[in-house]
Structures are given as structure tokens and as C-alpha cells.
Write a protein that binds this ligand. Structure first.
Ligand code: UD1
Ligand code: MG
Length: 414
């Protein structure tokens, strides 16, 4: 067979594989949608439940539903393994070990993260462990990257080339960056939470953006990477969509940390093994902003309450920024500086509690340092369902901006 017809064949079989992937994903999605309500009692009996804090009646609904979603993702992707290599099974065509190992390592890391997320939901792990777990779970991935790809060279943007040259080999630092990417993606989704539907919703928007970028790059030079990403992101969308339907306002289930970790790890995996981790991060603009806003509370410069989600006002049925109170004397010099800066930039709304008698400052009451509270300080008290919708529209707009940066602005830099 000449090369041209072989290539045509390869394209055809890639298309067939994608269709097989799509078909089992859709089938899985429908079954998942149907069986999800059946698990409600099982979860409640196992004490996997949480109170919806932003409702008049404080009802309890099942929590950690992400674990069903994760299980279905694994079922779909496992069934896909023999389908992915159907030519090897059917026609004795040589197996691509390279691709096989990448796919298995990807699934191993994601499966680990689902397990660790579920452990977190059941055992309520400490913040420190939450940082450590994704690092460990990403090790198989990094090892495969090391064995198969091991490209740690990045192209330097135009303005920096006089100093750094055209390309820069980051070596070991690149592995640290990739490990941190996994930690970031998982936690960033988990802390951008607290209103019905936002966890599953943001993940769906990001996943769809990844899929769109894969389709755009489909005929480009890195076709294989993008097809690899599609093999994982299509089943992910298929499993998250039914979950979103049950999780959106008014929530019938909570996704739990299981889902947040599962989603974050899936993104990290496709970003790393698909070689578009920097582009991937552009889809995380709201999450990056939320993370930067959260830094003072995450690293304990400012006290961080257990929940930072918006406060529900039962009289008006609206959500308001939640607050944290602290004394001026309890802040270190650095904390005071950070507090001043955030206050000046209007990221937080602060009221000063003054003692009526001696007119002295008693304590500060500041809105919590999250993007949702920041948003609420701008637009004012909002109904929960509307707030989720607006935040998801913001996510879509940010992803659109990401595409503009990638395909227009980056021409100036590369
Ligand atoms: C993260 C956030 C926390 C936020 C919480 C809510 C940080 C450091 N942590 O904590 O500030 O309050 O998520 O998701 O930023 N819940 C609702 N409505 C929702 C979603 C959740 O009432 O739409 C409540 C339920 O009681 C549920 C609980 O939040 O049981 C789940 O919180 P959990 O995921 O355990 O909180 P963390 O991820 O630790
Ligand atoms: Mg959570």
C-alpha cells in the first residue's frame, strides 16, 4: 500500500474510533441520567448528604454524587480501550504501545483522583492533604510524560527573546509546573463553589471549550494529541451533563469534592498529555482570579471560615456576600498590608464596627475573599438561580476571550 492511501486509512480509522467513543458516551450519558435518582436513598442511608444552606427550608440532599459520575466515566473509558485498539484485535495490526500507555496512565491518574475525592467527601480531609493528594495522583502521568515525551522546552514569546532566546529548556522545573497544574485544576474548581450548579456548570463549560479547541486543531500538525484529548473529554462531558441537570438550581443532588477533583484531574491530564496546558489555563480565567482573590484566606493571612459561600437572606430570598469578622490587633503587619490592598482595589466590602461609647474601632467585618462574593458586592443581592446563570455566562465569555487570545493575540507574541 502506498503512503497516501495508508494515511487516508489512518484518518478513516481515527474517525471510526471517535464515533465509537461518541456512541458509548451518549449511551452512558442516557443510562446515567436515568439511574441517578435511584441512588438517592442509598446515599442518604450511607449518610452521604448535605444541607442546602441557601434555601428557606433547610432540606438535606444526597452529596458526593460525583462518584457515580466518575464510575460511569471509568466504565465508558474502559469499554473504549478494546474499541480504541480494535485494529489490533481484529486485524492484527501492530499495537501502538506508546499510545496505549498514555491512555492507561491518564485513566490511572483520573481514577486515583476520583478515589481520593471520595475519601475527602467521606472523611473530610484537611486542607493540607487536599494539596498533597493531587500531586501524588499526578505522578503516573508525569512518569509517562517523562518516558514517552520528555519535552521540557518551551517557545519564548517575542518580547522576551532578546534575553532568553527562541526556546528555553525548563528541565525539571517543567515537571514541577505540571504537578502544580494538577493541584491547581482540582482545587480551583472546588473553591469556586457554593451556589447550586456552579461546580458542574463551570466544568461543563471548560470541557466544551476544550472539545471545541480539539476540533479546531483537528487538521493541524498536532492532530494525535487532540484526538487523545477528545477520547477523554467526550466521555467527561457525557457524564457531567446529567449531573449538571440534577445539580442545577434548585439542586436535587450535590456533586461533592469527588466531582471537583475528578473534573480538575481530567483537565490536567488532557492539558499535559495533549500538550496544550498553557492554552488550557486560559479557560480557567475566573478560577485563576478566584484563586488569587482567595490567597489571603487560603494561606491564613485573613481568617478563613469553614464556608465562604454567599449568605442566604431568608427575608428577601436573595444571596448576599458572606462575611468574616476579625480584630485589627490579630492581624500581622503583612496581613494588614494585604487587607489594605484588597480593600483599596474594592475586591472586598468592609464595614468597621465602632464602639458607641469610646468611638474606637472594635472589629472589621469583611466580605469573604471569593469571586462570587466580589461579584455580589458589585451587582447587589441576587436570587441563587440567576446568580448561577450569570456566573456561567461569565465563564462562557471568559472561554471566548481565551480563544481570542489564543488565535489572535498570540500572533503578536509567537
Ligand atoms: C469549598 C469552599 C467553601 C465553600 C464550599 C461550598 C474554600 C476554601 N472552600 O469548601 O468556602 O463554602 O466549598 O461549596 O473556598 N453547599 C450548598 N449549596 C451548594 C453547594 C454546596 O449549600 O450549591 C453546601 C452544602 O451544605 C454541602 C457543602 O456546601 O454539603 C459542601 O461543601 P464542601 O464541598 O464539603 O466544602 P469544601 O469543598 O471543603
Ligand atoms: Mg467542595
Amino acid at each position: 500500500m502506498d503512503l497516501a492511501s495508508y494515511l487516508a486509512d489512518e484518518k478513516l480509522s481515527q474517525t471510526i474510533r471517535l464515533f465509537l467513543n461518541l456512541a458509548i458516551s451518549i449511551a452512558g450519558s442516557i443510562i446515567l441520567y436515568k439511574i441517578m435518582p435511584k441512588f438517592k436513598d442509598v446515599f442518604m442511608r450511607a449518610d452521604l448528604k448535605g444541607t442546602d444552606l441557601s434555601k428557606k427550608e433547610k432540606v438535606q440532599i444526597p452529596e458526593a454524587y460525583g462518584v457515580i459520575c466518575g464510575a460511569f466515566f471509568l466504565i465508558i473509558t474502559f469499554i473504549f480501550i478494546p474499541l480504541r485498539f480494535y485494529e489490533t484485535l481484529a486485524f492484527n495490526k501492530e499495537l501502538s504501545h506508546h499510545q496505549f500507555i498514555e491512555y492507561l496512565a491518564a485513566l490511572l491518574s483520573i481514577a486515583c483522583m476520583i478515589f481520593l475525592g471520595f475519601a475527602d467527601d467521606v472523611l473530610d480531609l484537611k486542607w493540607r492533604d487536599k494539596l498533597l493528594l493531587p500531586t501524588v495522583a499526578s505522578l503516573p502521568l508525569l512518569m509517562v510524560y517523562f518516558a514517552n515525551i520528555n519535552s521540557t522546552t518551551i517557545i519564548v514569546p517575542y518580547p522576551l527573546r532578546p534575553w532568553l532566546g527562541y526556546a528555553l529548556n525548563l528541565g525539571f522545573l517543567y515537571y514541577i509546573y505540571m504537578g502544580m497544574l494538577a493541584v491547581f485544576c482540582t482545587n480551583a474548581i472546588n473553591i469556586y463553589a457554593g451556589v447550586n450548579g456552579i461546580e458542574a456548570g463551570q466544568s461543563l463549560v471548560i470541557a466544551c471549550s476544550v472539545l471545541i479547541s480539539n476540533i479546531i486543531e483537528f487538521n493541524g500538525p498536532f492532530r494525535d494529541n487532540h484526538i487523545f484529548s477528545m477520547y477523554l473529554i467526550i466521555p467527561f462531558i457525557a457524564c457531567s451533563f446529567p449531573l449538571f441537570i440534577y445539580n442545577k438550581y434548585p439542586s436535587r443532588v450535590f456533586v461533592g469534592d469527588t466531582f471537583c477533583y475528578f473534573a480538575g484531574m481530567t483537565f490536567a491530564v488532557v492539558g499535559i498529555l495533549g500538550h496544550f496546558s498553557k492554552f488550557l489555563l486560559l479557560f480557567f480565567i475566573p478560577q485563576i482570579f478566584n484563586f488569587l482573590l482567595s490567597v489571603p484566606q487560603l494561606f491564613k493571612f485573613i481568617p478563613c471560615p469553614r464556608h465562604r459561600m454567599p449568605k442566604y437572606n431568608p427575608v428577601t430570598d436573595l444571596l448576599e456576600p458572606s462575611v468574616v469578622q476579625f480584630y485589627d490587633k490579630d492581624l500581622s503587619k503583612l496581613s494588614k498590608l494585604i487587607f489594605k490592598l484588597f480593600r483599596m482595589l474594592k475586591f472586598i466590602k468592609v464595614t468597621e464596627k465602632i464602639d458607641e461609647k469610646n468611638k474606637k474601632l472594635v472589629c472589621y467585618e469583611s466580605s469573604n475573599f471569593t469571586i462570587i462574593n466580589f461579584y455580589l458586592t458589585i451587582v447587589g443581592p441576587t436570587r441563587e438561580g440567576i446568580l448561577t446563570k450569570q456566573l456561567l455566562i461569565l465563564q462562557v465569555v471568559c472561554c471566548f476571550i481565551a480563544f481570542m487570545i489564543r488565535y489572535q493575540l498570540s500572533k503578536l507574541f509567537y
